[in-house]
Ligand binder design. Structure first.
Ligand code: K7E
Ligand code: CUA
Length: 680
């Protein structure tokens, strides 16, 4: 049994916590509550006993609890993995606030269900793989826009690992505004990251692709015909959209490029990409060869790629590029000659590469090596100046000497993958094999706690098989040192069983301010979709989201829609075989509520939600036509479809908007072709 004294001590802590929140607490042990809303410690004791909660459980509950009606301090933007979505989660409560369709149709938002959102995904269609044919993506790494190295809460980008695309979500309304198929890339991994002033968002290839894009070449021609690139997509500062014409790519060797990160502060202007498979293995375990897994793990070192993007930008401006599929490409030879690309040896099947808040240290985890390797950007610059090379790779790219750029190695544990940082000179590395987070010190110029540089100082166990991890404001120049989230691939026995496909698990860890205190795991959050690879966590007050759209907004452009109407301006017009309807939606009716067309007509529908009341969202779904839209207050939605099926089709409001919501309905009457009846 638990000692009662410990319980009372915890209760006293809880009482003082509640008092600071302005809650009246009676501390008398025998006050069992009197029904007036104040809670006696005796109540808490009894509740804990009854529910089998330990003092630690109770403390953790208080650490992560956000009372009903109160807001979270942070917003966590998570990839949804192969669900193709993005998740918006409040922190520390870990309550899901929104699921955003990015590469996947999302009926709740009417995303890719007939309205003009279809255009979002269709613009910039890739030549080889038109995104229209794709209804899934593998969202990996979200990247929040930055100003001076700080998250600024304007935009977020996320890449599609599977199909080499990038999605842009506007944080004014948390909706996808652009899906761009990146030219000359088939699969992507290295990214997303934004440069410290959101000049560019970076994505590099995962596996190399045959060039010209879409051509065929056998794997025997891998070295010659398969190509990789590092892509720098220009961000329009007003709209957040990506502009291909002002973007550029740097060709890199056909290794398998992995995670990437942007330089910051002292290293601003550079980007870093890890790689594996410098062996250029192509598999073939049924063709007399080795599986990729074996072939790609032979070398003791792969290469960290260092790219001088500011120089690349100048070289692109100077026209030393090839125009390929709508983007300027700096070919590999040019990149070498202009000093844009350098390689740095990284040990044993490396994975993550992460740049610390000072911009001086680059940390690489080696999946098969218990160490993290820390490189020093200043040493790297000196080595480049002194041409301190150990030679060139087979493509002629200079390789810097490992010992000249390495600053320290720390034995952190089994299977190090990714690293985050606090503001006090610590790195936190996820240990996939060990299922733990290791905390260690960086170089002595950034360690602010008196601890010895390059030593392991703390470790916390997680459940189980952690991939990424993220710290509040983690990828900025000023991390918040408050919480860390462990993104675990397996949950095994942590939740009720819901079949063999177990949820993934986010675990919230208290960082104790990043100084002396031991890290502490405080809550679990099962994730019911995909594999949420990576997250970024931003202070909630940095996001300035709209409550309602300004009247008549086209949410795809965030401008006033040319089709916007006010109440009383509704109309229907016929032009040849096209019927165009300007409709309004308002609690609890559509006007007009009957649309009459002939089979085969083209129907153009413009629906304005004329309400300006918070949360007065309507939906618009038509039976049997696969059409569904979300009409948020002030929003205009446009549809164009062919009325190819005759019949009387009910349409209705799909959001429970009012007491008479069920009455908010109407008819699409499609008269059979050739019938004598005359639709207006
Ligand atoms: Cu390590 Cu795709 Cu970010 Cu996953 S990558 S873990
Ligand atoms: Cu409008 Cu329900």
């Amino acid at each position: 049994m638990r000692p009662k004294g410990r319980f009372l001590a915890i209760l006293a802590v809880m009482a003082s916590l509640l008092l600071t929140l302005g809650v009246t607490v009676s501390c008398s042990d025998d006050d069992n509550g009197n029904g007036n809303g104040s809670a006696g410690s005796g109540d808490l004791d009894a509740i804990a006993q009854e529910r089998g909660l330990s003092p630690d459980d109770m403390r953790h509950a208080l650490q992560s609890f956000v009372p009903p009606g109160k807001f979270d301090d942070y917003v966590l933007l998570a990839s949804g993995g192969h669900s193709g979505q993005m998740l918006v989660i409040g922190m520390p409560s870990m309550r899901i606030l929104k699921v955003i369709g990015v590469f996947t149709p999302e009926p709740w938002q009417g995303y890719l269900y007939g309205s003009d959102w279809g255009e979002v995904a269709n613009v910039d269609a890739d030549q080889a793989n038109p995104p229209t044919e794709l209804s899934w993506g593998d969202t990996h790494h979200p990247a929040i826009s930055e100003t001076n190295g700080e998250y600024d809460g304007r935009f977020v980008y996320i890449q599609d690992r599977a199909n080499g695309r990038v999605g842009f979500v506007d944080l004014r309304d948390f909706r996808t505004k652009q899906v761009l198929a990146i030219p000359n890339i088939q699969t992507s991994h290295g990214g997303m990251f934004v440069t410290p002033n959101s000049e560019y968002v970076h994505v590099s290839s995962k596996f190399p692709e045959v060039w010209p894009e879409g051509a065929y070449a056998d794997l025997t021609e891998y070295k010659e015909k398969y190509h990789s690139v590092s892509t720098w997509l220009k961000i329009d500062q007003t709209t957040g959209k990506l502009n291909l014409a002002e973007s550029f790519q740097v060709e890199i060797p056909p290794y398998t490029q992995d995670l990437a990160d942007a330089g910051k502060k002292v290293s601003d202007g550079w980007g870093f990409i890890g790689s594996f498979n410098t062996e250029m293995a192509t598999g073939g375990n049924m063709e007399g060869g080795q599986s990729m897994e074996a072939g790609a793990s032979k070398n003791n070192f792969d290469y960290l790629h260092a790219i001088n993007w500011k120089k690349a930008e100048e070289v692109a401006k100077a026209g030393k590029v090839e125009e390929m599929n709508g983007i300027r490409v700096i070919r590999l030879q040019t990149a070498i000659e202009e000093g844009i690309l350098y390689l740095i040896p990284e040990p044993k099947s490396p994975h993550g590469i992460d740049v610390d808040p000072s911009g001086r240290y680059m940390v690489v985890g080696g999946k098969l090596d218990p160490h993290v390797t820390v490189y020093d950007f200043n040493k790297m610059q000196t080595a480049i100046e002194n041409k301190d090379f150990e030679g060139n790779d087979v493509f002629g790219v200079p390789i810097l000497k490992f010992d000249s750029v390495m600053s320290g190695q720390v034995e952190v544990g089994a299977g190090p993958l990714h690293t985050q940082f606090d503001s006090k000179g610590h790195g936190y590395t996820s240990l996939f094999l060990e299922s733990a987070v290791a905390k260690f010190t960086l170089g002595d110029d950034v360690v602010q706690t008196g601890e010895t540089p390059y030593t392991l100082v703390d470790k916390v166990a997680v459940n189980y098989n952690i991939g990424h991890l993220a710290i509040t404001e983690g990828d900025t120049t000023t991390p918040d040192d408050k919480y860390l989230v462990a993104l675990n691939k397996w949950s095994i026995d942590r939740f009720l069983t819901v079949g063999p496909l177990h949820p993934q698990n986010f675990q919230l860890i208290d960082l104790k301010g990043g100084d002396g205190g031991k890290m502490e795991l405080i809550s679990d959050m099962p994730i019911g979709v995909g594999e949420p690879h990576y997250v970024q966590i931003i202070k909630a007050d940095k996001i300035k989201a709209l409550d309602v759209y300004p009247a008549g907004t086209d949410s795809a452009t965030m401008q006033k829609s040319e089709f916007a109407i006010e109440g009383g301006q509704e109309k229907t017009e016929r032009n040849g075989n096209t019927v165009e309807v300007w409709m309004s939606a308002q609690r609890s009716h559509f006007t007009p509520d009957i649309i009459r067309v002939k089979q085969g007509d083209t129907v153009k529908l413009h629906i304005t939600n004329v309400e300006q009341t918070k949360d007065a969202t309507h939906g618009f779904g038509i039976a049997d036509y696969n059409i569904q839209a979300s009409l948020e207050p002030g929003e205009v939605s446009n549809f164009e479809f062919t009325a190819d099926k005759s019949g009387a089709f009910n349409f209705y409001c799909t959001e429970f908007c009012s007491a008479l919501h069920l009455e908010m309905a109407g008819w699409l009457l499609v008269e059979p072709a050739g019938s004598a009846m005359a639709a207006p």
